[in-house]
Structure formats: structure tokens, C-alpha cells
Design a protein around this ligand. Structure first.
Ligand code: ADQ
Length: 745
């Protein structure tokens, strides 16, 4: 708009100036013409009166003089006339200009002396008149008197005013025409072709245009489009070649690595992009208030830990809520950015939610409703109708955003978690050709527990819009099938492990999630001894046996139970006082929910109380570090810890258990693992316990400390074998293989 104004304003200015100049010239010309006309008329009338006035003077007939001047009374523009004697005195004057008498007329004398007529504009009352005075001259050359004709000139000005009005009206009409025509022309020659080109690019990017539908534009824009077409074609050929090479390589590999996953994705997905949707984004831009600097952090989230390596391996797009307070500064006009920041491997598209949406959908329905509903921890789920309405709205918002991005043919959409139960159905309605998988990262409850959810049918129906639903363990799959069977009109096929509803089949499978088997690179590995030394110095741990706990602060993680068990351990086994230190790394999470807020204070108080109880000199049993740590900062803690406690009351999988094992390259350390985690099914060599039984955990700590070194190494070795084989790349590979096989079926 600004640019159009820049273009139009000079034109308007020039047209206005030309019109004004033209108006002035025309008005001058008209004024001169009218005045000339008026002067001629005045002269003609004076001359026509000359003879009559001569007779009046000769006959000295005053009455005739009065009759003559009054005969002008009725003329409209001719105001009147005056007859003067030879001395310039008034003999007769038209009645309606009788006050003309009082006007000073110094010029009369000159006319009598020079015997020449005089015409001039004079001020009379509050307007201007034209006075023409004609001296009456006898044959002997003597002046016997004068006649004066007085014309009103105001009509000349009203004609000029009319003229100016007409000129102005024409100018306005012309300007409006110029504006409209300029808009139409620039729309025709600029906006429409650019719009066509943008639309073409948009469809082209989504794969909706092939060589049969090239852009029609023959101009410069058309040439630009055909250049882009060429580049895209080359890219497609390159991708196809990579995809064929990848299939060949895949057949030769056996262990799962990032490279193998990459090959699998290229071989299976080929040109079809992968779209991941989750609530939590893999990278958040936040302003650190203490130093005023913006940082890019990886949030403490199991979902992020698991999905990030997959997208790094295969590219694609991750669509997530932009929750960082500086997130908006780092996206382009389409709310996208390339990540990781130092080496862009995939696109992150951020969705913006306002405070009400975040409260209702994330804090409210997802985390106060579904989270406690699915975790068997005796925290009462809260279902509010308003939260549910917002949850639906936000699911629709994400669905619209995903639909905007999907290419024309066969896209793959991978949805994460309980935040998006309705998304699968919403996408499928618009894009039945899309293959959609949902991975449920938390446990699935029994049908009896799920029954209490007031929106159970809509949720199940939404989930069954997907082609594949994955859980961590078989038990959660069984619970889901049971729930669908009992609470929804559907048919469960126990042979194929699928649910059929309204002719749509959804497969349900267990895919135990994991971590990257080697959580540090070689370079980072070489820095670890120094990092460990620093931590030990800082917390005075040189000669101590170190235990570790790493959690988001969540009531499902059993942190309270852990602290109570450590307290009991030192009560029961005082010989370990001053020898064992437990370090708890805890990232605050969901802090706007009261239950979480209360939990944080409860943990603070309990740790304080127990430390006070057992404290001896510089030694205290628990070092509580309540903050977010980057993955690289956590690794040295894992490395130096002699044991790790995961005491979840209920957990889908628990990646901390696996991260600890992955970090223990030297086979040291022992994992003490709650039997209610998904990880407990795989990591059977861990010391397993019931986190509700405080005494049992206290004894488990003692048992692990007393265990012979060889036994510990044996256990760690067997757990490491499991997580090396079943790493996150295998997890992703299995899901992608399953998804693509559904497409073929
Ligand atoms: P969470 O409950 O978030 O996820 P969990 O498996 O315990 O997941 O993983 C937490 C992640 O956060 C780990 O990668 C850990 O390193 C990190 N983390 C913990 N404390 C941290 C701290 N103080 N600072 C920084 N990072 C920290 C959900 C389910 C789990 C499931 C995962 C993955 O609840 O059961 O295992 O998804 O599917």
C-alpha cells in the first residue's frame, strides 16, 4: 500500500498543479471577457443617453432628467445613472443608488477639464461597481454636464466562482479516476501475477504440481517459476537416487544407528516427508532474566529426547507449541526455523497459543485431566467443560496448521502424546490419504479407570482416526483394546491387534521407546573427567559413594518416596553416614498447576528436614539441585554416580533409567528401578522395587551398595546390551516400517 501511494502521489500532485494553473488562466480570461463586455455596455448606454441629456440641459427640464434616471430603476445589473451639471453637481440620480451622492468623486473635475469619458471600478456600499462617466459637450466645445452609468460587477465574481467550482469538481473526478485506474493497473500487472506465482510455488512445494501443470505465465515471473521447477526436479532426482542407494545399504546393516535410520527413512518414505506434531518443541528460545541474554535450550522432556534424533536423521518438519518467551524473534514469516541451530537438519514450525489456550488445553485438560487419569498415582483428575472446549479448539488449530503443510500425495504424520487425542481424526477427515501414527508416551489405564472421563467417547473416536497407535508396553496396548471394546461401538480384532470402527481399522502396537545407545560424542567424552572433577570439588564428594536421581518435578516420579527411603536408609544403616551422598537433579515443570506448585514446596521442605536430621559437619545426605540441566550437563552426573534411583509411582517408560545405563560405558554403577515403569520390563537386571514400600527401597539401596563388583558389572553389561540393541533408532525404525507397511496393505 505504501509503495502504491509513493507511485500515485506524484501523479496526483502533478495533475492538481496542472489543473490549478489551467483554472487560473481560464478564470483570468473569463474575468477579462466579462469586464470588457460590461464596459462596452456601460459606454453604449451612456452614449445612447447623450442626446436626451443634451435636450434636458438645453430645456433645463429637471422633470425629464428625473424620468430619465428613474427609467433605469428596473434593470438588474445596471444599478442606475446620474446626471451632473457643468459644475459637477448632481441634477438627477436613480432612486435606488441615492446614497451614491455622498461618495467623494475627485475625478469629476478632471473629466470637466479634460472633456474625456472615464470608466473605472469603484467601491460602493460593500461591493464593487463599474462607473462610466461621459461628458456632454456642446457644438462650441463647452461641457454642459455629464452622465454617469453605474453597473453592478458582483455577477462577474459569481460567474467566476461557478467556474472554479466546475474546475474543482472535474479535478476531484479526475483524481478518483486516476486512483482507481492505477489500482486496477497495478493489480493487473503486478499483484495478480505475483499472487498466481505464490500460489503456484505453494502447490509446487506441496507436490501438487507436476510437469504437466507448468505455470502459464509467459512473462518474467513465468521464467522465474520455470527455473524453480528445474531446481526442484533435480532435487527430486537426487532424492530418488539416495532412496535407492539407501535400500541397498539397509539390507547390509544390522545394528541400529542414526545412519541406518536415515537409510530406512529414505528407502521407506522416499520423497514423502515426515511430519511430527507434539506439544513440547525440541528447541526453545528463552530470555535469561538474570543476564538478559537469549538462550536456545532443549526442554527437559522424554518426548523431545526421543524424537529429536529421528528428525535429525531423516529431516522433515516438527510442528509444536512455541512456548519460549523469545520464540517469536527466531522464526521466519511462516513461523518456521531450521534446527538444530548450529546445523539445520529439519524444520521446526511453531504454533502460537494465547494464555487462555495454554491454560485450558495444556495445563487444564491435558495435565490436570488426562495426565492423572492415565497415571495410577491416586491424584484426582480434574475435568472442566471449559478446558475441554479449549482443548478441542487447540487440536483443531494444530490440525489446520498441519493440513497447510502436507504435500499433495501420501504424507506421513507422527503425532505425539495425550495432548492431541483428536488430531488424528481431524487430519484424516480432510486428508484420508495421509498415513497417521499416534505415539502415547504415558501409560494407558484400565477401562474402569478410563470410564470416569466425561469425554471418553470423543477421545477414543479421535484416536481411532489414526492408522497406528503405539504404546511403550504390551500391557498398555491391551488396556487400550479393552477400553475401545467396552466403551465404544467398535470391533476389536485380537488376531491383528486392531480396532475397527466405521470401516476404519487402527492398528495397536507396542514400541518400547529408548535413548541413543551412546549418549555422548567422542569429543564430549574426552571432557568428562574434568567436568566430574569439578563437580566433585564443588560439592565435596571426593571420597563419597554417590547416588543420583534425575527428574522433572512431577508427582508420578516418586521423588517424595525417594527422599523418605533415603532417610530410612540412613536410619537403618547408620554405617553409611558421611560415606554416601544422594544428588537429586530436578527440573521444575508445569509450575502453574497447584498440585505441582505444592509438590515443589513439599519436596523443598522434606529435603531440608531430612538433611537437618542427618547432617554431620559438612556432610548432608541429599544435595538437591532444583534446575534445568542441558543433556551435556547431566552426563557427568550419570557417569560418576555409583547408583541411580528411578522411583516412579507409574511411568510410561522412563528414559532416565536408560540414559543412566547408556552413560555407563565402564560398566560401573547400579540401577535401582521402580517396578511400575515401562523400563522395568526390559531392564530386568536392575534392582527392582515397589516405590510405595519405603522400607523396600531403603533395603534396595543397601543391597546395591553391598553387591560384589563383578555382579554389578554383569548386570550393567546385560542392561547395556539391551539398550544398545533396542535404541531409539530401532524404536523409530520399527514405527516407520510399520507405518509404511500399512500404506502398502
Ligand atoms: P517424561 O515424564 O518427561 O516423559 P522421562 O522418560 O522421565 O520423561 O524423561 C525425562 C527427560 O528429561 C530425560 O531425558 C531427562 O534427562 C530429562 N530431565 C530430567 N530432569 C532434568 C533436569 N533437571 N534438567 C534437564 N533435563 C532433565 C514421558 C513419559 C515417560 C516416557 C517419555 C518418553 O512420562 O514415561 O519415558 O515420555 O516416551
Amino acid at each position: 500500500m505504501k509503495k502504491i501511494l509513493l507511485f500515485i502521489l506524484p501523479i496526483l500532485f502533478i495533475v492538481t498543479a496542472v489543473f490549478a494553473a489551467f483554472g487560473i488562466i481560464q478564470a483570468r480570461f473569463e474575468e477579462e471577457r466579462l469586464m470588457d463586455d460590461l464596459k462596452k455596455k456601460a459606454r453604449a448606454i451612456s452614449e445612447s443617453m447623450e442626446l436626451s441629456v443634451s435636450h434636458i440641459f438645453l430645456d433645463n427640464d429637471l422633470k425629464a432628467a428625473n424620468r430619465l434616471v428613474e427609467s433605469f430603476q428596473k434593470r438588474e445589473r445596471l444599478q442606475g445613472c446620474v446626471i451632473y451639471d457643468k459644475d459637477g453637481r448632481i441634477l438627477a440620480i436613480t432612486e435606488r443608488i441615492s446614497d451614491w451622492k455622498d461618495k467623494e468623486k475627485p475625478y469629476l473635475n478632471d473629466i470637466l477639464v479634460n472633456k474625456t469619458p472615464r470608466g473605472a471600478l469603484e467601491k460602493f456600499r460593500d461591493y464593487s461597481v463599474y462607473s462610466y462617466i461621459l461628458p456632454i459637450i456642446e457644438d462650441n466645445g463647452n461641457v454642459i454636464g455629464m452622465t454617469e452609468v453605474i453597473y453592478d460587477t458582483s455577477y462577474v465574481f459569481s460567474i467566476l466562482t461557478q467556474l472554479w467550482k466546475r474546475i474543482s469538481a472535474s479535478l476531484v473526478i479526475l483524481l478518483v479516476f486516476i486512483i482507481i485506474i492505477t489500482f486496477l493497473i497495478q493489480r493487473q500487472i503486478f499483484i495478480l501475477p505475483v499472487k498466481r506465482l505464490t500460489e503456484w510455488f505453494h502447490h509446487f512445494q506441496r507436490g501438487e504440481i507436476d510437469s504437466m501443470h507448468s505455470i502459464k505465465d509467459k512473462g518474467e515471473l513465468g521464467k522465474l517459476a520455470s527455473e524453480v521447477e528445474q531446481i526442484a526436479l533435480n532435487l527430486r532426482i537426487a532424492r530418488r537416487t539416495i532412496s535407492d542407494e539407501a535400500s541397498t545399504r539397509l539390507q547390509k546393516e544390522d545394528t541400529w544407528t542414526e545412519a541406518r535410520l536415515k537409510n530406512l527413512v529414505r528407502a521407506k518414505l522416499g520423497e514423502n516427508a515426515l511430519f511430527v506434531v507434539s506439544n513440547r518443541e525440541p528447541y526453545m528460545h528463552v530470555v535469561d532474566d538474570t543476564i538478559g541474554i537469549t538462550k536456545c535450550i532443549r526442554p527437559a522432556s522424554g518426548v523431545v529426547t526421543a524424537i529429536h534424533p529421528i528428525l535429525c536423521a531423516c529431516g522433515g518438519m516438527w510442528i509444536a507449541h512455541g512456548a519460549g518467551n523469545a520464540d517469536r524473534k527466531f522464526v521466519n514469516s511462516k513461523d518456521k526455523l531450521g534446527v538444530p541451530p548450529e546445523d539445520n537438519r529439519y524444520i521446526l514450525k511453531r504454533i502460537w497459543l494465547n494464555k487462555d489456550e495454554e491454560d485450558g488445553y495444556y495445563y487444564g485438560f491435558a495435565n490436570e485431566g488426562l495426565w492423572p487419569l492415565c497415571h495410577n498415582t491416586h491424584t484426582r483428575p480434574v475435568f472442566r467443560e471449559t478446558d475441554w472446549e479449549i482443548y478441542k479448539k487447540v487440536n483443531q488449530k494444530f490440525a489446520d496448521s498441519v493440513l497447510e503443510e502436507l504435500p499433495a500425495k501420501n504424507p506421513f504424520v507422527f503425532i505425539q502424546d495425550y495432548h492431541f487425542t483428536l488430531l488424528g481424526r481431524m487430519i484424516k477427515e480432510k486428508r484420508p490419504d495421509a498415513t497417521i501414527a499416534l505415539f502415547w508416551h504415558i501409560p494407558w489405564p484400565t477401562p474402569e479407570s478410563f470410564l470416569i472421563c466425561p469425554y471418553r467417547e470423543e477421545i477414543l473416536d479421535g484416536m481411532l482416526g489414526c492408522d497406528l497407535i503405539g504404546f511403550h508396553v504390551q500391557n498398555h496396548c491391551n488396556n487400550f483394546l479393552d477400553t475401545a471394546n467396552r466403551l465404544l461401538e467398535s470391533r476389536v480384532d485380537t488376531e491383528k491387534f486392531s480396532v475397527v470402527r466405521l470401516d476404519k481399522e487402527t492398528f495397536v502396537r507396542a514400541f518400547p521407546i529408548s535413548v541413543n545407545g551412546h549418549i555422548t560424542s567422542d569429543v564430549k567424552e574426552s571432557n568428562l573427567p574434568k567436568q566430574i572433577e569439578n563437580i566433585k570439588k564443588e560439592f565435596d564428594l571426593e571420597d563419597k559413594i554417590i547416588g543420583i536421581g534425575v527428574d522433572r518435578i512431577d508427582y508420578t516420579k516418586g521423588i517424595i518416596e525417594r527422599v523418605l527411603a533415603i532417610d530410612r536408609f540412613f536410619e537403618k544403616y547408620p554405617q553409611y553416614r558421611k560415606k554416601v551422598v544422594f544428588m537429586q537433579l530436578a527440573a521444575p515443570s508445569r509450575v502453574h498447576i497447584k498440585r505441582y506448585h505444592d509438590l515443589m514446596s513439599e519436596i523443598d521442605e522434606l529435603v531440608e528436614k531430612k538433611n537437618w536430621k542427618h547432617m554431620d559437619g559438612n556432610w548432608k545426605p541429599i544435595i538437591y539441585l532444583k534446575k534445568y540441566f542441558s543433556p551435556d550437563e547431566i552426563t557427568p552426573f550419570y557417569k560418576m554416580a555409583d547408583f541411580c534411583i528411578v522411583s516412579s509411582l507409574h511411568d510410561g517408560m522412563n528414559l532416565v533409567a536408560k540414559e543412566y545405563v547408556a552413560a555407563k560405558k565402564d560398566l560401573s554403577g547400579l540401577l535401582i528401578l521402580s517396578q511400575f515403569t515401562g523400563a522395568a520390563r526390559e531392564l530386568t537386571s536392575a534392582i527392582q522395587f515397589n516405590p510405595y514400600a519405603i522400607e523396600e527401597l531403603a533395603d534396595a539401596i543397601k543391597f546395591s551398595l553391598a553387591m560384589p563388583l563383578e555382579e554389578k558389572r554383569k548386570r550393567m553389561k546385560s542392561m547395556r546390551k539391551i539398550i544398545t540393541e533396542n535404541n531409539v533408532y530401532r524404536w523409530a525404525g520399527n514405527i516407520i516400517t510399520e507405518l509404511t507397511s500399512l500404506k502398502r496393505a
